[in-house]
Design a binder for this molecule. Sequence first.
Ligand SMILES: Nc1ncnc2c1ncn2[C@@H]1O[C@H](COP(=O)(O)OS(=O)(=O)O)[C@@H](OP(=O)(O)O)[C@H]1O
Ligand SMILES: Nc1ncnc2c1ncn2[C@@H]1O[C@H](COP(=O)(O)OP(=O)(O)O)[C@@H](O)[C@H]1O
Length: 198
Amino acid sequence: MMSAVGNPNNIFWQECPVGKAERQKLLNQKGCVVWITGLSGSGKSTLACLMTRELHSRGKLSYVLDGDNLRHGLNKNLGFSAEDRTENIRRVGEVAKLFADAGLICIASLISPYRKDRDACRAMLPDSNFIEARDPKGLYKLARAGKIKGFTGIDDPYEAPLNCEIELKEKDGGCPTPAAMAGQVVSYLEEKGFLQDH
Ligand SMILES: Nc1ncnc2c1ncn2[C@@H]1O[C@H](COP(=O)(O)OS(=O)(=O)O)[C@@H](OP(=O)(O)O)[C@H]1O
Ligand SMILES: Nc1ncnc2c1ncn2[C@@H]1O[C@H](COP(=O)(O)OP(=O)(O)O)[C@@H](O)[C@H]1O
């Protein structure tokens, strides 16, 4: 048994014999987090689903962490106050970090309106392993009708990224198809070497 003397909380870091490098080799890819941020209804989930499909068809293992879905379980005790959103993003950041450590391409799809919360998630990961993608476009009937209070983009803030890795922009006055956007993100991962282990 390890000694707990000198550790006020009796908590120790446990090393496992199989590490991230070995898992990446097994999967022939590099673990990373693609973080999709944007307003509600801007197409985050659509993009996340198409990306995971495209990666799957290339034999790459990915997993989608969707804000809406996680709020049914892990984050079911959280609402939409600034504090709760911060805790929501912190938890998802920690989970995404575990998935990346497992060697997976983790796709996190959350409004994540606050820059400081996204930056905190970025700081949890090694350099270049956090890839921020933004998709601006919105749908807000209920919030505009006053049926939801504190709705992001209506009466609650959304802070757009200042230096994201990928910006999915309108082209020729229109929105590219979701498949074209998913292709853009997957091409970025390919260019940066995440779809191989060497
Ligand atoms: N007040 C308010 N503001 C914004 N969004 C709201 C709100 N109330 C409910 N919803 C629904 O919750 C989904 C967003 O959850 P997230 O976990 O991604 O939000 S956050 O990152 O913590 O801000 C979001 O889903 P998406 O449309 O998929 O983004 C909404 O359907
Ligand atoms: N690029 C796009 N062009 C047109 N419609 C889109 C696009 N991306 C998503 N949609 C549609 O917009 C709606 C909201 O998309 P969704 O992916 O659920 O957004 P979010 O997860 O950001 O709330 C869906 O009906 C979806 O089919």
